[in-house]
Ligand binder design. Structure first.
Ligand code: NCD
Length: 307
């Protein structure tokens, strides 16, 4: 295991690793770093090891590292372009990459892969998505975005919709929202992709109020945040279930007409057709601002892990 670092942050595997004071520190630092370049990570090396496709997560991590004066190396499509193709275990790969880099950002198609990597790593592992498991740094930038857009997180009504069964960003977001007072969560999805029992139990244990719905209309009138997600086509084993889920929840101009004036629409992206492109021009559409916030948030996180 790596030594305990600033804020007690070593590996970032699950959103449940964070507490509120750590988030306050992280968001303040991210706000201060936004738009800046510096040398605080000069001479440090970040490896990105991606076994699944990515645009925003990998490039924003790389941009964050470069803006802090660090260096990056990595492989995408790692199942094909790394020695995994030759049968190397993830553990052996991680052992090697630890000799080449000071931090490893890992995306894998298997739930639990990041924890497995951390069990042999001698440098911090950052989970950039482990199958349908979690995506903690996405939920950090999601909360950072909510705080910036609405000025607070306490007391908000957050509607999380789309694919809540396989969507790891939704799962991590629900975990992080537990840290705030008086938050109410409405999960909106058809039964085949409704949020799992593990997340429901996590929320119940922490006394967080949540309800389940199949239609956005039931909750949108009181929403502060609508967090839409892509139906994760690649994770379905039954085509019939995917067909049920694919077009169940859509956000279009009719949805926006029901949404309160000060609410925001978020999405981790990439979007397919679950948010109509006409919504993009609405000032309440926060998803591109949300994606941009990923750079500053990941700068602050890398500093916390490495500085
Ligand atoms: C998400 C992911 O990979 O989980 N994308 C992201 O990192 N912003 C969401 C998705 O793929 O639908």
């Amino acid at each position: 295991m790596v030594a305990v670092r600033l804020g007690g942050l070593d590996h970032v595997i699950s959103a449940s690793r964070f507490d509120r004071s750590l988030l306050t520190t992280l968001f303040a630092r991210a706000g201060a770093l936004e738009g800046t370049r510096g040398q605080s990570l000069h001479g440090r090396i970040m490896a990105t090891l991606f076994y699944e496709p990515s645009t925003r997560t990998r490039l924003s991590f790389e941009s964050a590292m470069l803006r802090l004066g660090g260096c990056v190396l990595g492989t995408e499509a790692a199942h094909v372009f790394s020695s995994a193709m030759k049968g190397e275990t993830l553990e052996d790969t991680i052992r090697m990459v630890c000799a080449y880099a000071d931090v490893i950002v890992l995306r894998h198609d298997r739930e639990g892969a990041a924890a497995q990597a951390a069990s042999v790593a001698t440098v911090p592992i950052v989970n950039a998505g482990d199958g349908p498991g979690e995506h903690p740094t996405q939920s950090l930038l999601d909360l950072f975005t909510i705080e910036r857009e609405l000025g607070r997180i306490d007391g908000l009504h957050v509607v999380i919709c789309g694919d809540l069964r396989f969507g790891r960003t939704a799962r991590s977001l629900a975990r992080l929202l537990c840290l705030y007072e008086g938050v109410r969560i409405s999960f909106v999805a058809p039964d085949v992709v409704q949020v799992g029992e593990d997340i429901r139990a996590f929320l119940r244990d922490r006394g967080v109020s949540f309800t389940l719905h199949s239609r956005l209309e039931e909750v949108i009138g009181t929403a502060d945040v609508v967090y839409q997600t892509r139906v994760q086509k690649e994770r379905f084993t039954k085509l019939a279930e995917f067909e049920v889920a694919r077009s169940a929840i859509r956000i279009d101009s009719a949805t926006m007409a029901r949404l309160p004036a000060r609410a925001i629409v978020m999405h981790p992206l990439p979007r397919v057709d679950e948010i109509d492109a006409v919504v993009d021009d609405d000032p309440r559409a926060a998803y591109f601002r949300q994606a941009a916030n990923g750079v500053a948030l990941r700068m602050a996180l890398l500093e916390m892990l490495l500085a």
